[in-house]
Design a protein around this ligand. Sequence first.
Ligand code: FES
Length: 111
Amino acid sequence: MGRHLICGESDIAAGGMLKATVNGLDILVANINGNYYATDDTCTHSGASLSEGTLRQEEGEGGGMCGTIVCGWHKAEFDCATGKLAKFPAPIRDLGSYKVTAESGSLFVEV
Ligand code: FES
């Protein structure tokens, strides 16, 4: 496990997603209102790249913004912050979730 430079903060617009490969693992990094989250990029259903799907932003219970990653193939939904499966008719695995830190305009992921 280590800390890896992914990109600059300005490389991911608010509401956007980016795919990066770290040690052979495809990671999705999402920007929800200036908060960054990282999960596996590979859908646990049939292997779609989730960064090619959509990121839905909505207001959470506490008034902050939260996000849902929606797979572009069969519409499985995953919580952006935790990687947990949020909606799908079949019981598929959650995504791995990784810590993101922003430092001096750069984003680092711990993988
Ligand atoms: S590959 Fe993602 S829902 Fe089927």
